[in-house]
Design a protein around this ligand. Sequence first.
Ligand code: BG6
Length: 507
Amino acid sequence: MPTHNELDPLGDELRSARSAKPCVLVIFGATGDLTKRKLVPSLMGLSKDGLLPSGFAVVGFARRPWTDDSFRKVCAEGVETFGRQDTPEHFEQHRDAFTYLQSNFHNPEGYAELREKLKLIDNARGTAGNRIFYLATPPSAYSSILENLANAGLSTEEDGSFARVIVEKPFGRDLGTATALNNQVSAAFHERQVFRIDHYLGKETVQNILALRFANGIFEPLWNEKFVDHVQITVAESIGVGSRAGYFEESGVIRDMIQNHLMQVMTLVAMEPPAAMTADAVRDEKVKVLKAIRTFDPAQVEEATVRAQYTSGSFGGKDVNGYRQEEGVPEDSVTETYAAVRLQIDNWRWSRTPFFLRSAKRMPRRVTEVAIQFKQPPHMLFDGAQAKQPNMLLLRIQPDEGVAMRFGAKVPGPDVRIRDVRMDFRYGTAFGGETVDSYERLLLDAMLGDGTLFARADEVEEAWRIVDSIIAGWKLSSKLPEGYVAGTWGPKQADILLGVGRTWRRP
Ligand code: BG6
């Protein structure tokens, strides 16, 4: 049997022509889960694909009294458990490049020590003064780290070297805190040095939204309010809140998912074609979409949103707790684990096309998709026999990555009967290959200095403007979140949100 690559000459195109310069990655909060689960396994994935620069090192910077050896041991375990096939061998090759520095995030001495350590690494590994600082700590430590990096001269780029900072979410918890954080970041780094991570932008299928729209001529003429009835963006998760109740109680789905991942996906679906595929041209267009989204008056919020909490139910044959029974969640919690919102973009392209965003925990399955629902034909020829559903273009982000088109076809036979059928493109079948974690792409882009797939300061702030207005409405409302049984598609009220003749997809 030929492999996918033998069948398909595109195999060669999957290899990147881009190569990053030697550099050191300093991870603040390196003892946390993210380093072990995502960052180190992704770095070793890059190594496997030949994309890690020849001179490369990692410095773990955190409070715990770890040593180089204990840090390396945890990293090795991380690669073993979460890495792609064969990546543990790559960790063995890079093992010596991983070192640890114990320090409090507030202590200037730690940063002086870091500066000296980086110089030694430059000499030993040829990393040429290039540094990337990764903020993987709780957000409360960000301001200290940024200030100390600047004071230690570590945010300055000298003699052609680069200094960059990657900031993990959550980026603020409202517009005020996000703006304050942006100000702290910009006091230490220029915007071109800053990479705000939204891991959804690193997903291949999310990037494919732009390819589908702008590398093809047939979709764009239909991509507007004349032809599109509405757009549904769904990020459904089957997991509950797990061990993250402390964090989740403070954020809810609206802050945890909608403000960032769903709104990022929405901007890619709704934006105008950029003048070029450069970081600023793309992000300028995304910001224009966000600026055109109507802010809610508190009184409108109830009619334009639905929030709900999962109650106990059964999942995969097992009984599962309701949200309020989860460990660490107060019995009277009003935090939403389900949110659906109707957003209106006030511009020429979308003036009459609502965008519905929905995200929740404890749905029947894990699925992320964008459904572009087209309008009914202007005149029905097939009396009483037309397809039940109007045309739909479905972008399946995860799992079963692909694109499907739904249309009506004649059922074979003497009668004129129309039935919905699908044309289906599947990534796995067309391209094969291993699934690569979004952090691989994003870490590589940060090394290359390409900010296209990172959120710019103004994007984050505009998204908070919209989300803040929703949260303000919820706070004023006397209504409590609805309930939905764990393992179901959410509360009935969400159907009303869509309006007459529209239904939520149940993928
Ligand atoms: C994170 C959220 O940003 O995204 C989590 O904090 C959520 O609550 C996760 O589970 C979902 O990411 P993915 O890639 O699994 O869809």
